[in-house]
Design a binder for this molecule. Structure first.
Ligand SMILES: Cc1cc2nc3c(=O)[nH]c(=O)nc-3n(C[C@H](O)[C@H](O)[C@H](O)COP(=O)(O)O)c2cc1C
Length: 198
């Protein structure tokens, strides 16, 4: 099974991040989750989950109604000694979901100023799968240029753009569509939406 890093930043749409994380765990993968400070605040505001400083993984598993023995670890954004800060540590993919414009800018500029930025920098230099799910509208030229830089460096950009050809009936359907597109990019099987033509 794979090892994935999921970063939830302070863009709107924390629900996408938690859905991706939940699906990875349910498929048997190991997950290291990180919330930026803004990511924690926006998640608490939007969906009512407030990541505690201690026992974050247990708390998150409880919130997601997942088994307490699932392989989830919550890393601290300020911990530059975490294994995922090194290219020698095996990680199969990293997803920044939702990705704020600020976070995209930092990674595009190679800042590596905290653990999630460094972990993204490592994925790029090691040529490993790195997915950004940006959420902003409208996009400025600065945003577009940063996203282009990330794509040129090897990242995949999967904007949080739910489709309507699936005829979604609930918000959950729309969340599942975006989360499913992320899993598609990583080659992970899922049943989050019905495929066109199936
Ligand atoms: C409720 C709320 C919603 C936000 N939504 C977005 C958004 O959709 N996209 C974005 O780029 N920034 C958004 N922001 C601003 C970011 O949270 C802010 O730029 C923050 O500094 C990002 O930090 P981070 O990249 O370390 O998580 C939002 C802020 C708040 C309070």
């Amino acid at each position: 099974m794979g090892r994935y890093t999921v970063v939830v930043t302070g863009a709107s749409g924390s629900v996408y991040g938690l859905r991706v994380l939940e699906q990875l765990l349910m498929k048997g993968h190991e997950v290291v989750a990180i919330m930026t400070e803004a990511g924690r605040d926006v998640t608490a505001y939007e969906i009512g989950f407030d990541l505690p400083a201690e026992n974050g993984a247990q708390s998150l598993l409880r919130f997601l109604e997942l088994r307490s023995d699932m392989p989830l670890r919550v890393a601290c954004a300020g911990d530059s000694f975490d294994p995922i800060a090194s290219g020698s540590h095996r990680v199969d993919g990293m997803i920044v979901v939702p990705a704020s414009m600020g976070f995209c800018a930092s990674v595009a500029a190679g800042m590596a100023a905290n653990l999630p930025e460094r972990a993204a920098d490592v994925m790029l230099k090691e040529r490993k799968p790195l997915v950004f799910v940006p959420r902003e509208t409208p996009l400025s030229l600065v945003h577009l240029r940063n996203l282009t830089t990330l794509a040129e460096a090897g990242a995949v950009i999967v904007p949080a753009m739910p489709a309507f050809y699936q005829r979604p009936e609930t918000i959950d359907d729309q969340v599942n569509f975006v989360a499913g597109k992320v899993l598609d990019v990583l080659g992970i099987e899922h049943e989050l939406f019905q495929r066109w033509g199936d």
